[in-house]
Write a protein that binds this ligand. Structure first.
Ligand code: SF4
Length: 411
């Protein structure tokens, strides 16, 4: 290894890890689940939810999961149970507006209906197993689902907004060499309800219990879990009440997903992880880059911007001594010039689990930024948050997986 760069010798050779990122996960898509599971009690048999999803694949029960359904689906389901449709709207409000974690909390429903719901369905809220809070207000949650799998969610309060960073998969198949999540491997996709649940869980820790922005930038490559992702985005807008413009999907550069999302009709923000100004370096950092090079990624980003009228954010993780040189700034400026996008610099957040990378030196980072701006690139720089907690993607789950004592057990 070359300690001066903290880089060479730690990166995988050409074939290592590559297979993980170029194929879609083999986990069945949410929408392929049976609408009616055989083991459901009689009360539910004739009242299948209109979109197929039960807890069976990811948990021990085969009852329908309600978190992840919109109010129309819940109305239809309640009508099937011979209940008035407005009960569906009430349940939707309890889940998405008031963050109910149990049917018992739904006190404006008749006791008999609450009892029936307990027998007929599962609310589908994950257990908040661990929580870390930083002095700057950043809160990191470890949520455990009914099948025992866990993901991370981060709440980021700022002066003018409160963001939640959610995960889209348990682990990740992409295998970026700088990422703690990649060290966990890939377990499964999350359902739409599990993605929305993270926002609800984080909201209860937010100032005033309000969240304004959501970024799908936690564990996983969201565009490898496309249909549940789009369902979750719609739920966050229609049921939770967030503006589409305040929802951001972050991809490592999954080009087919970028192009599909461009035509989805959702004006969400797209963030694309570049992290390198040329293919040679990018392929060493993000194995998926060997399948879709910078030229096709930038083409897809431009298509997204043209179709949606939204500027694309080009994420650039600044790794000290790796990608923060002046020549690299010039290369990046050539790529990023134009009005379709802007560059967001993310200084490396040192992680105890990934000691072979280091933060950029402040003066080097400043020169890098100036070199971009001098060449007409619009640049933002992410404020570092939650430094004293395991705030980088996958770190808390990694700590949990290794049974370390630093977690604050709250459940
Ligand atoms: S950085 Fe994102 S895409 Fe890459 S391995 Fe980590 S979670 Fe997956």
């Amino acid at each position: 290894m070359d300690r001066s760069t903290g880089f060479r010798g730690y990166l995988p050779v050409a074939s290592a890890g590559y297979h993980k990122c170029v194929t879609e996960p083999s986990v069945p898509a949410e929408n392929s689940l049976p609408i009616v599971a055989d083991t459901r009690p009689p009360a539910v048999v004739e009242t299948a939810l209109p979109v197929a999803e039960t807890a069976a694949p990811h948990g021990e029960t085969a009852l329908p999961v309600l978190c992840g359904r919109n109010r129309r689906e819940l109305e239809t389901w309640l009508v099937g149970l011979k209940e008035p449709a407005y009960r569906g709207r009430q349940i939707a409000a309890w889940i998405y507006q008031r963050g109910a974690r149990a049917f018992a909390e739904m006190t404006d429903l008749p006791a008999a209906l609450r009892a029936r719901l307990r027998e007929s369905a599962v609310l589908g809220r994950a257990e908040v197993e661990a929580r870390q809070r930083a002095v700057d207000g950043t809160v990191k949650l470890l949520l455990r689902f009914v099948d025992g799998r866990a993901v991370e969610t981060v709440l980021l309060p700022y002066e003018d907004r409160t963001s939640v960073c959610i995960s889209s998969q348990v682990g990740c198949p992409v295998g970026c060499v700088f990422c703690a999540t990649a060290m966990l491997g890939f377990a499964r996709n999350l359902t739409a309800g599990e993605m929305v649940d993270q926002v609800l869980a984080a909201r209860s820790h937010a100032p005033g219990e309000r969240v304004s922005h959501v970024v799908v930038m936690g564990m996983g490559e969201p565009l490898l879990n496309y249909d549940p992702l789009v369902t979750a985005l719609r739920l966050l807008h229609e049921e939770v009440g967030l503006s589409y413009r305040h929802l951001t999907v972050s991809t490592a550069g999954h080009v087919p997903g970028m192009r599909r999302l461009a035509h989805e009709g959702l004006p969400v923000t797209l963030a694309v992880s570049l992290h390198a100004p040329n293919d040679a370096l990018r392929e060493r950092l993000i194995p998926m880059a060997r399948k879709w090079n910078l030229e096709v990624v930038m083409d897809a980003a431009e298509e997204y911007s043209v179709q949606t009228g939204r500027r694309v954010t080009l994420e650039y993780l600044v790794l000290g001594g790796v990608n923060d040189g002046q020549d690299q700034a010039k290369e990046l400026a050539k790529l990023a010039r134009g009005s379709f996008h802007h560059v967001n610099l993310i200084p490396w957040n040192p992680a105890t689990t990934l000691e072979h990378f280091r933060s950029p030196r402040p003066e080097r980072l400043k020169k890098f930024r100036e070199a971009l701006e001098e060449r007409g690139v619009t640049v933002t720089q992410r404020v570092e948050r939650g430094q004293e907690i395991d705030a980088a993607c996958g770190q808390l789950a990694l700590v949990a997986a290794h049974g370390e004592e630093r977690l604050v057990r709250i459940a």
